[in-house]
Design a protein around this ligand. Structure first.
Ligand SMILES: [Zn+2]
Length: 354
């Protein structure tokens, strides 16, 4: 079954982890034996080959570069200009992958339709479709940079990531969106870019809802009812997003799937983390909505964590093909499953771009 993954940090892996995604998952693992600079070395799950094997023919692919103030201990660039330049390096990698025939950028409904048709009918190695998104807006030096990003193909943006940001407060911080955030939302709306509500802290989330009327979704966000943490959506937030016709992508980071996960200590097997918890999150949103139209897949695989911190039944991203069977076992019909695996996000994109 065709899969749309709403959140993959492909260029971050290329440009910060030094992973060549044209290699197989195995080859990347072997190249990282003995490396200790990142907690997930040798545990990667994503490569272009694995995506093709898993029929993941389209994804939201991020640019991500945080700017941090001097008084903040989070890792990040010391100026928004450096952060912007880093996103441009990431974009340059996406462009070279297009030239190599590995990726194809999708910017509008016509290209989307053509890509889906091509993926279905063509033989051999096919370019994987990617739509550019920005995780955390700190690299937008000033509001007019957003139009430049739009020209480059940016079609979704999350105003915040972790901590306090220029335009909103993100995960593990408390605060609103301020005048800069409001100005950014106006520009997002004018350019018809999709607002990604993922990572907004509660106050910034609700202020965003009060100040924004354009298309909104959440690319990778799980349910607070299942794991109680500010990174997760409360039922009230999920209901608000459903009311706005959003789709919420469910992520596979283990600490967002089971309570009491301890980073670097807990193991997927020890905590019994499997795709079943993803199904629980999917089901929770379907129960709140009363239908299967508002949830999808947004794995975040290799988003700073690997096999050591994702479901034990995931070896590579190709294992996402296990999800339809699990949904079927929970009583979901074929059309429900198609909605969840891709159709909800694809419909959202076509509606936004029509
Ligand atoms: Zn994220």
């Amino acid at each position: 079954m065709f899969i749309f993954d709403a959140h993959l940090d492909l260029s971050m892996n290329a440009m910060e982890w030094n992973r060549d995604l044209t290699w197989s998952v195995e080859e990347i693992r072997e190249s990282e034996i003995g490396m200790t600079d990142k907690p997930d070395r040798g545990n990667n799950t994503v490569s272009f080959e694995a995506m093709r094997k898993g029929n993941i023919g389209l994804c939201m692919a991020t640019q991500i570069a945080r700017y941090v103030h001097k008084d903040n201990s989070l890792p990040g660039w010391n100026s928004p200009q450096q952060a912007w330049a880093h996103t441009q390096a990431q974009l340059a990698w996406y462009r070279t992958m297009e030239e190599a025939g590995e990726l194809v950028q999708i910017r509008n409904g016509k290209q989307l339709k053509a890509h889906l048709e091509n993926w279905k009918t063509s033989e051999g190695k096919k370019p994987i479709g990617y739509i550019l998104s920005l995780e955390g807006a700190d690299s937008i030096v000033s509001i007019d940079y957003l139009e430049r990003s739009y020209e480059q193909g940016l079609r979704a943006i999350g105003p915040a990531h972790y901590g306090p940001g220029t335009y909103a407060h993100g995960t593990n911080s408390v605060g609103g969106i301020g005048t800069k955030g409001k100005a950014l939302l106006k520009e997002i709306e004018r350019l018809n870019i999709i607002l990604d509500a993922t990572h907004l802290c509660d106050q910034s989330f609700w202020e965003t809802m009060d100040n924004y009327n354009g298309p909104v979704w959440a690319s990778h966000n799980n349910c607070r009812a299942l794991v109680n943490h500010n990174r997760q959506f409360s039922d009230e937030q999920i209901i608000e997003l459903i009311f706005r016709n959003a789709v919420i992508g469910i992520a596979l980071d283990a600490w967002m799937m089971v309570p009491n996960w301890v980073r670097g200590e807990s193991t997927p097997k020890g905590m019994n983390v499997t795709l079943q918890q993803m199904i629980n999150n999917i089901d929770h949103i379907c129960q709140l909505a009363g239908n299967t139209l508002h949830v999808g897949i947004g794995t975040d695989l290799d988003g700073g964590f690997g096999k050591e911190q994702c479901p034990s039944d995931i070896d590579t991203i190709a294992d996402l093909q296990k999800i339809p069977q699990l949904l079927s076992a929970r009583g979901y019909s074929t059309s429900d499953i198609e909605n969840i695996m891709s159709a909800n996000f694809l419909r959202f994109l076509q509606n936004t771009w029509s």
